[in-house]
Design a protein around this ligand. Structure first.
Ligand code: ADP
Length: 504
């Protein structure tokens, strides 16, 4: 490409020399020589040269004026030409923006094509740099504007967590002015998030992005609020930069809590509904269960009233004892029902305390042996600790019930064993017998109120004992299960969780 050079030179000899100097380079340069600033201005108006070689002193002004007249950005470079003794002016011209200067001698004038070529190369670099800088300024400004107007709070920091930049939204979120945050640790705003950043591994962090996690934000006034912090790392010019995007999630949390409260209420309602159904079912069961003993009492007392005198003493006695048994059964049922309904109404509380386990169990075995008039209950302790944590009244009820059943449902005098295992996690009681067992089809239902297995009709009972055992075990946060084989025996296992140590 041929480049256009404008030469402003009023000295005819110099002009001639310059003209000659470029004569051999016509394929590279077109050279136009004018001798006043006015002429130069006219030329420039009709087309910008690629380079101007300007004598520093001209009849109508200073050559450097051409530079100051250019708008905003210098459109073409100017190399000033001085004579010996004008060096100070040349220095001033350089300060004013000239690209270079030459001191006019025959040698430099002849060399002008090289000087021009060098100046043009340099100018090309300047233009390229200027362009890049403008672009950088533009994109930097765009980026800043983007960050500034972001809906999230933005914090840029160095690897040590020192804040380098924050945006407007962050100032609003945390109530700080940015001047109070720059150069301060990020931990001031979110201590846990700052800690998490420090713990992120250096090998994976660069250019990685950690999706939002919930933390607590600290406002300048000391108040706290829930935030979500997303973190990304980048590497610029050898420095690791950490960018934290902060979202205030107060509203989201509130909505979540509302949804949770709503869910809880629904559950409560559902539970209440179930409880009501359960109560209705229970009431209909009670009335049904009461009918059998009542019918027996009614018929025996009818017979006694109508035919009492005609009955033998044994026959009369038989009806009296039927009445007594019926009344006892009703009494037992009423007691058990009351107990269960107190559990249902949450009137029974579990108040666990530390007790000596062996002492408690051997008293219990004595008591049941006396009441059932047997000596076939054995106590098998496998305890690691002497004491256990439970509510003595509730546990007594559980074990008396299981032991009494074990005796009652093993009519052939089989051995009944109460084994206890006790460690720092749980206390396990197993009551096993060698009795009639429970048919498979009944095993899953025997903890339901009033459910009695098909093979136990001959024995007295209300079908409420195990329902109470289950409730009292649950009050301890424990579990109860049954294992049984028909005709071979049954064992019930009650597990009560234990707090770690005696001082719990
Ligand atoms: P019940 O008053 O009838 O004994 P429970 O609720 O204590 O009521 O027991 C429910 C049913 O479970 C009993 O009727 C019986 O059929 C069965 N059962 C309980 N314990 C035993 C056991 N040790 N051996 C066999 N069957 C048992």
């Amino acid at each position: 490409m041929i480049q256009h050079i404008l030469v402003v030179e009023d000295d005819a000899t110099h002009a001639e020399l310059i003209h000659r100097a470029f004569a051999d380079d016509s394929e590279k340069f077109t050279v136009e020589i004018v001798n006043t600033l006015t002429d130069a201005r006219q030329r420039i108006e009709s087309g910008t040269p690629e380079l101007a070689l300007v004598d520093i002193v001209l009849p109508d002004g200073k050559g450097i004026d051409l530079l100051t007249e250019q708008e905003d950005e210098v459109a073409f470079p100017i190399v000033v030409m001085t004579s010996h003794g004008d060096e100070q002016m040349a220095v001033d011209a350089m300060k004013g923006g000239a690209l270079d200067y030459i001191v006019k001698t025959p040698a430099t004038l002849i060399d002008l094509p090289h000087i021009a070529a060098r100046a043009l190369r340099e100018w090309q670099h300047i233009v390229a740099r200027r362009h890049a800088e403008a672009q950088f300024r533009r994109s930097n400004a765009e980026l800043r504007a983007f960050v500034e107007t972001a809906a999230q709070g933005v914090v840029a920091m160095d690897r040590a967590g020192t804040i380098l930049l924050v945006n407007h939204q962050l100032e609003i979120q945390f109530g700080y002015h940015r001047d109070d945050l720059i150069d301060k640790p990020f931990a001031l705003l979110a201590p846990k998030a700052a800690q998490a950043i420090q713990h992120m591994s250096p090998s994976t962090e660069v250019d990685t992005y950690a999706p939002g996690k919930e933390y607590v934000g600290l406002r300048q006034d000391g108040s706290k609020f829930p935030i979500e912090v997303a973190i990304s790392f980048s590497e610029t010019e050898g420095n690791t930069r950490v960018l934290a995007l902060i979202t205030d999630i107060t509203e989201r949390k509130r909505q979540e809590e509302e949804a949770l409260a709503f869910q809880r209420m629904q559950l409560e309602l559902e539970r209440e509904r179930e409880l009501n159904q359960h109560k209705n079912h229970f009431l209909s069961m009670i009335s049904h269960e009461f009918r059998t003993p009542l019918a027996i009492i009614l018929s025996s007392s009818d017979i006694l009233r109508k035919y009492g005198e005609r009955l033998s003493p044994d026959g009369r006695e038989d009806h009296f004892s039927k009445i007594t048994r019926g009344v006892r059964r009703l009494e037992e049922m009423i007691n058990d029902i009351l107990l269960l309904s107190r559990v249902d109404m949450r009137r029974i509380e579990c108040n666990p305390q530390w007790h000596n386990l062996m002492h408690f169990c051997s008293n219990l075995v004595d008591e049941v042996s006396r009441a059932t008039q047997t000596e076939r209950i054995e106590l098998k302790p496998e305890t690691e600790r002497d004491t256990a944590y439970f509510d003595a009244l509730l546990l007594e009820h559980i074990l008396v019930n299981l032991l009494t059943n074990a005796v009652k449902y093993s009519p052939d005098e089989g051995i009944v064993v109460l084994s206890i295992a006790n460690n720092e996690h749980e206390c396990i009681f197993v009551v096993s017998d060698q009795g009639i067992g429970i048919p498979d089809e009944d095993q899953s239902r025997i903890f339901e109120p009033f459910h009695r297995a098909s093979n136990s009709e001959m024995m007295n009972g209300t079908g409420l004992g195990l329902a109470i055992v289950k409730e009292f075990t649950y009050l301890h946060n424990g579990t109860v299960s049954v294992q049984s084989r028909l005709g071979q025996g049954t064992s019930f296992t009650v597990t009560i969780p234990q707090p770690g140590s005696d001082d719990a």
